[in-house]
Design a protein around this ligand. Structure first.
Ligand code: FAD
Length: 302
């Protein structure tokens, strides 16, 4: 659960549900960039039943609802979010359960925990995702990828909570994953089953370590207030385009292109959401103007 002190809602739309709902929760405490405004309501339900009550109430009252995972791919505006934000941090949503060669995992589990648990169990297929920050839910929705594979390739079943509060278990042709994209955008992903391959833990560990070295060399180090700006266009990297367009030294306010990894924005103290948004648009415009390529933002702007 978040350690942030919370103003607990009274006379609010969720009071009769028997849940701890915080009002005016600063979302900056829940994102990597550490900036942006507050959520009108914020809740970390203890189980699927509690989540269902929140989801149903939002649906009935027309209250906007969003999920926050690890917050590594979200830009929150200064005005915050005028609705309910849920976070699946309770143990029920973070469980990892192996039934060889499959693993069932809650959407709130950290991806890093899932990857290392699978490697230790001698099950391969997820080690390409080592170093990708965030939760399993965020990875599923955005089809997170690493060098040589994405999570969607291993997904066999996904449980999604619908606005009605019912759980829809999807498999086969009802699941679709593309480049940093999935069709899981119509509800709250609460868990999934992935199919993995048997392999010796020693070999897997070595492979994961190599992969981790590559991944780390491509990520900013020494700061957490970063976000990935653009998706890689087919056949090239967004980073190389930003460099070729001469955009690596750009900055807007306290937001700047990360010096050694030009596809990341870094937020210095005092940075605002408008700074980050402005920088992304500036870089995108420079790449369009100089190279004729339209980059697609990776970070989601709420
Ligand atoms: C340093 C750094 C390195 C990165 N490297 C990679 C990389 O190598 N590969 C890659 O693919 N990405 C990478 N990313 C981007 C990011 O880590 C991924 O997109 C990640 O999967 C986001 O997960 P999250 O839990 O942080 O999602 P969040 O940022 O919390 O949310 C992202 C979106 O997913 C939705 N969401 C989250 N959980 C759920 C849920 N349970 N149900 C429904 N919707 C949900 C949110 O509402 C939001 O729309 C990187 C980011 C950073 C900052």
């Amino acid at each position: 659960m978040s350690k942030v002190s919370k103003a607990i809602s009274t006379n609010g739309p969720f009071d009769d549900l028997g849940l701890a709902v915080a009002c005016h929760e600063p979302l900056s405490h829940h994102t990597w960039l550490g900036i942006g405004g507050a959520a009108a309501f914020f809740c970390e339900p203890v189980d699927a039943d509690a989540l269902s009550r929140v989801v149903k109430r939002c649906h009935e009252r027309g209250i906007a609802l969003r999920v926050i995972g690890g917050g590594s791919n979200i830009l929150i505006p200064a005005s915050g979010f005028a609705g309910m934000v849920v976070r699946l941090s309770a143990p029920e949503f973070c469980a990892i359960d192996f039934k060889r060669p499959s693993v069932t995992v809650g959407a709130g589990a950290k991806l890093v925990h899932l990857v290392s648990a699978a490697v230790q169990a001698g099950l391969s297929g997820l080690e390409t995702l080592v170093g990708v920050p965030g939760t399993v839910g965020g990875a599923l929705v955005g089809n997170a990828d690493g060098h040589g594979g994405d999570i969607g390739e291993r997904v066999r079943e996904v449980s999604v909570m619908l606005p009605s509060g019912d759980i829809d278990v999807r498999s086969g042709p009802r699941l679709s994953f593309g480049s940093r994209w999935s069709n899981l955008d119509d509800g709250i992903v609460i868990g999934c089953r992935l199919e993995l391959d048997e392999e010796s833990p020693e070999q897997l560990t070595k492979r994961m370590q190599k992969q981790w070295i590559v991944e780390r060399s491509e990520q900013p180090s020494g700061t957490r207030t970063v976000a990935m700006m653009f998706k890689d266009p087919h056949g090239t990297s967004a980073e190389s385009l930003v460099v070729q367009a001469g955009a690596r030294d750009l900055r807007v306010g306290e937001a700047s292109v990360y010096a050694t990894h030009a596809n990341y924005v870094v937020a210095a103290p005092g940075c605002s959401s408008d700074d980050v948004r402005g920088l992304i648009e500036l870089v995108r415009g420079r790449v369009r103007e100089r190279l004729g390529v339209e980059l697609t933002p990776q970070i989601e702007m709420w």
